[in-house]
Structure formats: C-alpha cells, structure tokens
Write a protein that binds this ligand. Structure first.
Ligand code: NAD
Length: 481
C-alpha cells in the first residue's frame, strides 16, 4: 500500500511520530493509501524550512516568481489526466468532472496569479506638495493554508498561488480525507525547480497538524476553507495572536426562480447547481425557491431531469454523480434525509443509498434527492447538508423570496433566475450573499472578490483581494519640502 509523505524543504519526508491515517477510495469503500498524521514537531520543521526560504523568495522580482508559477501550471497541465484520476479516486467524484473542472481550475489558479501578479501595484506612489508617499504591499513571511476535501487541488492552489505570488513562503495542509493530489503537487514543485522550503505540504488531521499550524507563533496568516464550526475554532484560537485570517466556510445557498426566467436554461443549470459533485460544493444550490405560479411545472420538469442522472462508478464516463467523500459523510447525509422526513418533508425523488455492483459494491453512493413541504425554518433548510439533497420552497412575490433567502445564518452564494433586469438588480442588492449569479451559475472571473457574508466567511479571496490579504501595507512618507 502506498505510503504518502510530507513535502518539506524540497524533500519527501516521513512524519516524526511515524503515525499514519488510512485514505479511502469512496467509490469502493476500501483503504488505498496511508497519509502522515503530522504533529507539531513536523510543523516546526516545516516552519524552519519556510522561514529560511523566505528572504530569498521574497527578494525575487515579481516576474521571477511569476515564471515559477507558470512552470508549475505547465507541468500540471502536462499531467492533467493523471491528476484527474487521482482526484476522482480520492474524492469519489466522476473523473469527467475532475478532468473538466478540478484540475483545469488548479492549473488556471497558478496561471491566473502568474499573469495577474505583475499587474498588481505592490509598490505605488501618492504624492502631494509636501510629501512623497510610497505605499508598499510587503509579503507577510510564512503563511498557513488549510483546505477541505470537496475540491482538493482546486481550493489548495487557490490559496497557495496568490500566497507565493505575493512573496510569502507557505506551510500548507490539505484535507486528510483527500491528500493525494496535494502530495503529487510536491513532485511538480521539484520538477519546476521551485527553491526548497518555498512551499511545504504537511499532512494530517485538523486536530493535530491543523491545530499545530494555526497555533505556530511564527505563522503570520491563516487562509482557511472548510466548515463554519472549524472556522470558529480557528478564529478563537488565533484571536490572541492577531494573525491575519481569511475564512471561507459553509453555505445554504438559495436558487431563486421567478416566473419570467428563461425556463429551459434555468432548468438545465439548476440540475447542475444542485447535484454537480454530489452536491458537495460550497456553492451548490440547496434551497430552491420557486414562484408559486410555476411551482408545479418546475417540480415535474426538475424530477424528470434528475431521474435521468446516473449515479455510478466515478471512473465511468457516463456517471453524472459519483460517491460521497467518506463513510462519515455518507451517514451524515442519510441522517439528514431521515430528519427531513421526520420534520414533515416529502421525498419527491431519491432519498436512498445506491447499491452498485462490482468494484463499487461497498462504495458510498446516494441518490440525488428532492424534498418538498418543509418550512424554511426547519433544520433541513437551515443546516448545511453538503450532499445531493435539495428542498423546493414556493414563494409568492419578490419580497417573500428575499425574506426566505435571507432567513439563514449563511450568506455564501445565491442564484437569481429572471429576465427582468430591474428585478435582478433589486433582488441581488437585497440578498445577503457574497457571490450572486444572475441567470448562470459557477461562472468565474478570477479577478472578482470571492467569499461569504454572515457565518459563511470573513474576508475575500480572488484577484487583488487575495494579494492584499497575503501582504501587509506600509506607507513610507518622505518630506519633499
Ligand atoms: P473541515 O472544516 O472539517 O476541514 C477543513 C480543513 O480544516 C481540513 O484540512 C481539516 O483537516 C482542517 N481542520 C479541521 N479541524 C481543524 C482545527 N481544529 N484546526 C485547524 N485545522 C482544522 O471541512 P471539510 O469537511 O473538509 O469541508 C467541508 C466544508 O467546507 C463545508 O462546510 C463547505 O461548505 C466548506 N467549503 C467552503 C468553501 C468556501 O469557499 N466557502 C469551499 C469549499 C468547502
């Protein structure tokens, strides 16, 4: 069985404790590799390496750093299919999704920041008749990046690329549930001749390696993506040290469908936004709000389309949905389906585990599930399920739609379906979400700010926001009189 290693100071090394965690293939329910469960001792070694590499890396020109990012992107691209296979095996997602979304986006993250970095004003001047002000965005030093299991390499690189571009050295911890592509990224860094210690990848559980990383005194900032409960712990534990924090957390995203929408485009996209990646996207639509006049039409049309989705082996190109990420997560989602029924919800489609034959007979598969009849205040509609489960909620008018959409602790994203431009503006102005899509979903311009309101997030990622987060601004005022 393959034993993974930490990537520290340009080398693959075993954890000091020699402790390992089983890594499962969700489609088969079988262990296929072991990943280090690193401790504070490993984090300390990685920190020393990152700290020693900082002066050299931060003194390179922006163009030089950009060249390294371009090299990493090109190497990843040359191994796109292999990385897609690794990602599909680790997460249970269809390999077609990893080929078309996860790995291309990881490549795009490096390429985007490689191109965007040189356009960012790391150093600018504001002059007046008394003084010259040099505004500098200086790198922070060693920064920590912590990422989740649903889009492993995609979200890992979304943090690492801007952190490196800004001149920091990085100590990164991927999810212990899906560590494989992060492990392989170490090999890419070696092939790209990235100087040793610039990127260090330390594996392990949140309560061991993650905790040691957030508590390390030398780590200047933590960029975290994961659950809201974990984000709260990180905020509490880092409060006294005033570390810079960026927190991307959970969501309970509404899709708001008005009668005047482009019906066919909406229907096609809402199926995607509900069930792509088995509904395990922080941006998945989980509450589908439909104007009463078209509620029945939508319900029937949606069921017909969802009925055609194939839940199957992620390696099979025909599969629309693969397995959910872990046994624990499978049980969590199934418990929510049971809870929804106890709360009075009616299952319109799905609701059961899927039993496959052959190599997938012990895998963790769940039918795409549609539920109606639940009040928005129900637990099912308030808590993040993060699986292939959506609820249908009718509304009468704009005001009611906005009220239901906002009646949530979360505020990550929302989609609005209407052909009325003024309505789209009114509703998007009032919906409490950091990312709003009108008549589309998951369309991304990487320069735009990304992140959530309320319990979904603190700070923004993307473009200039990410480079600002990973730098400290300093104003140098020189008298000119
Ligand atoms: P999680 O919070 O359990 O874990 C995320 C990461 O944090 C993992 O690497 C984990 O090891 C680490 N971690 C856990 N406990 C820690 C601790 N005490 N100290 C330090 N690190 C710790 O989340 P998950 O289950 O991996 O991911 C699913 C969640 O992520 C969902 O809530 C989803 O909405 C959210 N998510 C948010 C976004 C976004 O951009 N807002 C994107 C993807 C996923």
């Amino acid at each position: 069985m393959e034993q993974l290693a930490n990537f520290i100071n340009g080398k693959f090394i075993q954890p000091k404790s020699e402790e390992y965690i089983d890594v499962f293939e969700p489609a088969t329910g079988q262990v296929y590799s072991k990943v280090p469960n690193s401790s504070s001792a490993d984090i300390n070694v990685a920190f020393q390496a990152a700290n020693a590499a900082f002066p050299g890396w931060s003194e390179l020109t922006v163009t030089d750093r950009s060249q390294y990012l371009h090299k990493i992107a090109a190497l990843l691209e040359s191994q796109l299919d292999d990385f897609a296979d690794y990602e599909s095996r680790d997460t249970g997602k269809p390999v077609t999704l990893a080929q078309s979304v996860d790995i291309p986006r990881a490549i795009a993250n490096f390429r985007f920041f490689a191109e965007y970095g040189p356009t960012f004003k790391f150093d600018s001047e504001l002059n007046n008749d008394q003084s010259k002000n040099r505004v500098v965005h200086a790198p922070l030093g060693v920064v920590g990046c912590i990422s989740p299991w649903n889009l492993p390499l995609y979200l890992f690189t979304w943090k690492i690329a801007p952190a490196l571009m800004a001149g920091n050295t990085v100590l990164a911890k991927p999810s212990e549930i899906t560590p494989y592509t992060a492990y392989k990224l170490g090999e890419i860094c070696v092939d790209a001749n990235l100087p040793a210690g610039v990127l260090n990848i330390v594996h392990g559980q949140g309560i061991t390696a993650g905790d040691a990383l957030i508590n390390h005194k030398g780590v200047q900032a933590i960029s975290f993506t994961g659950g809201t409960a974990t984000g709260k712990i990180i905020a509490q534990k880092t409060a006294a040290s005033f570390k810079k924090l960026s927190l991307e957390m959970g969501g309970k995203n509404p899709a708001i469908i008005f009668t005047d929408c482009n019906y066919n485009k909406m229907l096609e996209t809402v199926v995607q936004s509900s069930f792509s990646n088995q509904g395990q996207l922080c941006l998945s639509s989980s509450r589908i709000l439909i104007q009463t006049e078209i509620f029945e039409q939508f319900k029937q049309g949606f069921i017909r389309k969802v009925a055609k989705l194939i839940v199957g082996d992620p390696q099979d190109n025909e599969s629309n949905l693969g397995a959910v990420s872990s046994k624990n997560h499978f049980e969590k989602v199934m418990n929510y389906i049971e809870l929804a029924q106890k709360e009075g919800g009616k299952i319109l489609w799905g609701g059961k585990a899927v039993k496959l034959n052959g190599r997938c007979k012990k895998g963790w598969f769940i039918e795409p599930t549609i539920i109606e009849g639940l009040n928005n205040a129900s637990k099912t509609n308030q808590e993040e399920i993060f699986g292939p489960v959506v609820t249908l909620i009718p509304f009468d008018d704009e005001e009611e739609a906005i009220q239901i959409a906002n009646e949530s602790d979360y505020g990550l994203s929302a989609t609005i379906w209407t052909e009325d431009k003024e309505r789209a503006t009114r509703v998007s102005n009032q919906v409490e979400a950091g990312v709003i899509w009108v008549n589309c979903w998951l369309v991304r311009d990487l320069r735009t700010p990304f992140g959530g309101m309320k319990q979904s997030g603190m700070g923004r990622e993307g473009g200039a926001e990410a480079l600002r987060f990973f730098t400290e601004q300093k104003n140098v005022c020189t008298s000119t009189v």
